[in-house]
Design a protein around this ligand. Structure first.
Ligand code: BEZ
Length: 235
């Protein structure tokens, strides 16, 4: 009888599980090789599949933008190294899609035939597929802590503008000790920490400071785009 194994997955705030892996850019020791950088560790279901190809081309085309925000990309699927190499060569040599062509994937793509890493990160979700990883995205901060997790099914490609927005949002929240409202983008108003005492709540509502309070618990202030980008993009 086949054992139905369940695997824990890391949660927001956990230390990113450690692993050693073979990748298309050599061996890596994760997350220690990435100390001091943000990392986006993401899985895809399989090489030589259309949705994954569109995603890889998009991510590779945006890699410089992510690197400028002190973020490295690391991909994974449960395919082998030679399949990865052949697929990435095909993408570069043959695929032209939405104006992207000659796209070289320079970030590491992990081979994970044993599913060891995929299982550590909860990327195998048997209800969706027992042989392919789902489309998971882990945002890991420079101290190796998981800060955001996104999961998509096999049939739906990810939104890479949202992945970039989330990265800049996480960095902005850290840098300026603020929270960010729905659909926030750099240049939009940010949320100041909720008043933690009656005194501060009263002060907020009566304050003539550059703050907009919708009520005592919901106050925003301006944070211009230039200030945000200067803080989060590599100087
Ligand atoms: C794709 O990337 O196109 C794909 C991968 C696995 C299942 C379905 C679609």
């Amino acid at each position: 009888m086949e054992e139905n194994k369940t695997f824990a997955m890391p949660r927001i705030g956990d230390k990113a599980p450690e692993f050693k892996a073979v990748t298309t850019q050599g061996n890596i020791n994760f997350p220690s090789d990435y100390k001091g950088s943000w990392v986006i560790l993401f899985s895809h279901p399989a090489d030589f599949t259309p949705v994954c190809t569109s995603e890889f081309m998009t991510f590779a085309s945006m890699e410089k933008q992510f690197n400028e925000a002190n973020c490295k990309l690391v991909g994974l699927s449960v395919d082998g190294l030679y399949s990865h190499i052949a697929w990435l060569r095909t993408i570069k040599e043959k695929i032209e899609y939405k104006g992207m062509k000659n796209v070289e994937v320079n970030f590491p793509l992990i081979e994970d035939i044993t599913m060891e890493v995929a299982n550590k990160y909860g990327m195998m979700q048997p209800g969706e597929s027992s042989t392919k990883a789902v489309r998971a995205v882990f945002f890991i901060d420079p101290n190796g802590i998981v800060r955001t997790i996104l999961y998509y099914p096999l049939s739906l490609g990810r939104n890479f503008d949202e992945i970039y927005r989330a990265l800049i949002g996480l960095q902005t929240a850290d840098e300026f000790s603020v929270a960010l409202p729905a659909d926030w983008r750099p240049g939009d108003d940010v949320i100041v920490p909720t008043a933690g005492s009656c005194g501060v709540a009263k002060q907020r509502m009566e304050s003539k400071e550059e703050m907009t309070c919708y009520d005592w618990f919901f106050c925003t202030k301006k944070l211009d785009k230039e200030t945000v980008l200067k803080a989060v993009l590599k100087k």
